[in-house]
Write a protein that binds this ligand. Structure first.
Ligand code: ADP
Length: 866
């Protein structure tokens, strides 16, 4: 290897040693993957692969010289540390082909190599590369005739989800579906329309030839991997496109060398009407799985699960609340039963913890990558499953009893694991010691075969000490020289003639004898055969687990359900939450609700609880109050309570009745989305437009400070027009909480019957104000902006000047107060019937290009300004 900067050449010019020829052939088969070639103790990459990988891996780019031709770039990572490096490549969205040594190493001969695994972000089942708490699915999309089929496969659980949505690759339902599925890699057909960049922008995409999506081959494939005769059982009659997509994802996973067997692969048709769709903003605004600004997310707050499977299910459930009251009630029943039974919760928790990540353990057994400790973990899970059944034998709630009934461990498998595997097996099968003595006669015989020779060797040290009179003579073993006799230099003269010198150390010499070597051959031969037998036995155990994959995976799914119910029961008790009443009333009625995350951040006793009522007569609450008073907190709190109730959780309140929400929309003003290259205001308007278009009378809409992203008058006009539209447009009339610091909007309540005002109370003492965080009826009559500035430490001079300016402005252009005598007219000079408002209300924002929208806005402002 040389590092002098010669001409950098590519693979084709780098001579034709046999290994390079083979390497080129592998590269030709996997042109889109970084090929990691196992050479001795290293995985090496060559040429362009090396240049691409070295910076990602943070390893030195070296090179191998090829005489006058130049230098081929190269980089490598030690084999024993490979998982960490491979993980980095996968996280960078790369595909990795492992070209491994599969034959015996014979000096002077090229060892056999084969691609043993192609890894890509969506085809991972190995624990080394997976996040325990998240699912990483490989999703194929197939679009035709205005609909798109989605097939999402999780290689770490064998679950294959199929669904179809309206629209093409650029449709909103598809984007939302994909966002819900925890997609790690997207597969798209070569001839498909280009998928827009907004569709999972950070997820790597793989383009496949159209043949992967062929309908009849797809059917054959599904039948083959599920070992069934007809697709009818899976309810796939009307989702042809999803079937095509499934064909592609299965073919792709086979090409990645994943083992797909019946029992492991289980097909499930996703019912898209059963769950609530949550858009990306709402997930983010409500901090469902990711906290904003350093706090904890809702998922983290709720997660008292004892198994990774439970944690994954909890996360999935949070992202997909239910809309069917009976299903929700069933979940509440389960949580309620566990909430009143502390001992049951404890014992169940212990038993669940013992199941560990059974789902992924099974997946590893199916893929043949499970180690001895994985098998021991399966054994432990098999013991825990009947214990769970026992613990829940007197449970009442349907959710608990059905799940408990599914906690079945295959008896014969459990027994076999108990009989064969030692109590605490080593991490690797390489050095043996995994199988119990007397468990397998053949193994015992092999171990026994070496016994005589071993005893002879064991007695050698004493015997030779006596015979030679060398008291410090030692018999030892190392991997390179095998058994040896070591004599310190001081006694060199007493060494018998038949000793053959083998190795010289600083203060001693090491010898062998013919008799010792003969015994060594027997011992090592027996050891090798015993190791081979151990491996064989471990493989039958692994295969046994794989054979029972269907039952074990079903038990895993049941364990996850129990784990989630138990986790929610623990939260309910520890955080003092109550069971909500969930119905189809269309009402939201909460006594003393709390925001779980803000309450947690403030610490005990400091959060001020608030009520909320939204019903047929009061559909829209306009909430005013100064900045920092607690408006956003209240809005999010109501949305969170509704969401928690529909997830099947108890809620932080004294009492809550939640009329099912078909969707929860949240729009929180003035967040820049610079990454997408859109202005704050444009984002805000696009999101508002989406809500106005999609909400129904059963939706809950949270609008926080919309209109903040533009000038005051613009903002107020838009805010008002939106409230009017939500109130008046017949299909809408949705429950709406609308927070604004434009106190001028409180006059709307006088004109629109289903709008009420509320404000966040503050106590004033001269210039000083204190936020009480209490929501009370009525509107605020001013913004308190200058008070807030004072609280924030703005210098006194600036405050005095600001107050002057405010007084001047108020003199010049008086604004209406809530109780004033300007009932139907806002201070901004736009009568509700003003043509601009009417036009705004009719505006098809979705149908406008950004430029057209900005032009329109400019024009409206022109006409609106008196
Ligand atoms: P706004 O939306 O009115 O600007 P926020 O809702 O962001 O105000 O609240 C500002 C801060 O006030 C929060 O970070 C929290 O610390 C505190 N706060 C809000 N609501 C409450 C409450 N109900 N009880 C106690 N503190 C609260």
């Amino acid at each position: 290897m040389v590092s002098d900067p010669g001409l950098v050449i590519d693979l084709d010019d780098a001579g034709s040693t046999p290994i390079l020829q083979q390497y080129r052939a592998v590269k030709a088969q996997h042109p889109d993957a970084l090929v990691l070639a196992r050479l001795g103790d290293f995985y090496e990459m060559f040429g362009a692969d090396a240049q691409e990988a070295a910076p990602i891996l943070g390893v030195a780019l070296t090179g191998r010289g090829f005489g006058a031709a130049g230098r081929l770039p190269m980089c490598g990572v030690p084999h024993h540390a490979a998982p960490g490096y491979i993980r980095r490549l996968l996280e960078a969205g790369r595909r990795v082909a492992l070209w491994d040594q599969v034959g015996e190493v014979v000096p002077g001969r090229l060892v056999d190599r084969a691609v043993t695994r192609v890894l890509s972000p969506g085809t991972i089942s190995e624990a080394d590369y997976l996040d325990e708490t998240r699912v990483a699915r490989c999703a194929a999309l197939y679009c035709s005739g205005g609909r798109t089929g989605v097939a999402a496969f999780d290689p770490a659980s064998g679950e294959l989800l199929l669904t179809e949505v309206a629209g093409g690759l650029d449709s909103v339902p598809l984007r939302e579906e994909c966002e819900r599925l925890d997609v790690a890699e997207l597969l798209i057909a070569q001839d498909a329309d280009a998928a827009p960049p907004t569709l999972l922008p950070t997820i790597p995409r793989t383009v496949l030839p159209p043949a992967f999506f062929d309908s009849s081959r797809a059917r054959e494939r599904i039948l083959a991997v599920t070992a069934t005769q007809t697709l009818d059982a899976f309810g796939l009659q009307e989702v042809d496109r999803a079937v095509c997509a499934a064909g592609a994802v299965l073919a792709y996973c086979e090409r990645a060398r994943l083992t797909l067997t019946a029992g492991f692969v289980h097909v499930r048709r996703r019912n898209d009407s059963a769950g609530m769709r949550l858009d990306a903003q709402t997930r983010r605004n409500l901090e469902l799985v990711t906290a904003l600004g350093g706090g904890v997310s809702l998922a983290a707050l709720l997660d008292r699960t004892r198994t990774p499977m439970g944690a994954r299910l909890l996360r999935a459930r949070l992202l997909e609340p239910l809309t069917e009251p009976l299903l929700i009630l069933a979940r509440h029943d389960a949580v309620a039963e566990l909430a009143v039974a502390p001992r049951l919760r404890d014992t169940l928790g212990e038993a669940l913890a013992a199941v560990r990540d059974l789902e992924r353990l099974v997946a590893r057994c199916v893929q043949g990558s499970a180690g001895p400790r994985d098998l021991a973990a399966v054994r432990q899970a098999c013991a825990a499953l009947p214990a769970i059944q026992d613990i829940l034998s007197r449970a009442q709630a349907g959710e608990l009893t059905t799940a408990a009934a599914r906690c079945v461990a295959p008896d014969d498998l459990a027994a076999r694991l108990r009989e064969l595997l030692v109590d605490d097996p080593p991490g690797s099968a390489r050095d043996g010691g995994c199988i119990r003595a007397e468990a397998d006669p053949q193994l015992d015989e092999l171990v026994g075969a070496g016994a005589g020779a071993r005893t002879w060797i064991a007695g050698l040290e004493d015997g030779e000490r006596q015979r030679t009179g060398i008291p410090s003579l030692k018999v030892g073993y190392n991997r390179v020289f095998g058994y040896y006799i070591e004599v310190p230099n001081a006694h060199r003269r007493a060494v018998p003639d038949e000793y053959v010198r083998k190795q010289t150390l600083v203060g001693a010499e090491r010898y062998i004898t013919t008799a010792l070597k003969e015994r060594e051959t027997v011992v090592l031969g027996a050891r090798e055969r015993a190791l081979a037998r151990e491996l064989e036995l471990l493989q039958t155990l692994t295969a046994g687990v794989a054979d029972h994959a269907a039952v074990l995976l079903d038990a895993s799914a049941a364990v996850a359900i129990l784990d989630v119910h138990r986790s929610l029961a623990c939260v309910a008790v520890e955080e003092n939450w109550v069971r909500p009443l969930v119905d189809t009333s269309g009402v939201i009625d909460i006594d003393a609700g709390r925001h779980p995350l803000v309450e947690r951040a403030l610490g005990p006793g400091r959060f001020v609880a608030n009520d909320c009522r939204l019903d047929a007569a009061e559909r829209i609450v306009v909430l005013t109050g100064p900045n920092m008073a607690g408006k956003s907190t209240f809005l999010r709190q109501v949305a969170l309570l509704a969401l928690l109730a529909q997830v099947g959780s108890f809620v932080p309140a004294e009492r809550a009745r939640i009329g099912i929400c078909d969707r929860i929309f949240t729009r929180i003003g003035a967040q820049d989305d610079l990454s997408a290259g859109l202005s704050t205001f444009m984002v805000e308007m696009a999101e508002t437009a989406a809500i106005l278009r999609q909400a129904t009378s059963r939706s809950l809409v949270i609008l926080d400070e919309i209109g903040r992203g533009t000038s005051t008058y613009d903002g107020m006009s838009i805010a008002q027009a939106v409230v009017e539209h939500l109130h008046d447009a017949p299909p809408l009339n949705c429950r709406t909480l609308f927070a604004t610091h434009f106190h001028e909007l409180t006059v709307l309540a006088e004109r629109l019957p289903r709008v009420t005002n509320a404000r966040v109370d503050v106590s004033e003492d001269g210039d000083a104000i204190t936020f009480l965080h209490r929501i009370v009826p009525g509107g605020a009559d001013r913004s308190y902006g200058i008070h807030v500035a004072r609280l924030a430490g703005v210098p006194a001079g600036v405050l005095v000047r600001a107050r002057q300016l405010l007084a001047e402005l108020e003199r010049e252009r008086p604004v209406a107060g809530s109780g004033g005598d300007v009932p139907a007219q806002l201070s901004l000079g736009i009568a509700p019937e003003h043509p601009v408002v009417a036009e705004l209300a009719q505006l098809d924002i979705e149908g406008l290009t950004p430029i057209a929208a900005l032009n329109k806005l400019a024009e409206l402002r022109e006409r609106a300004t008196p």
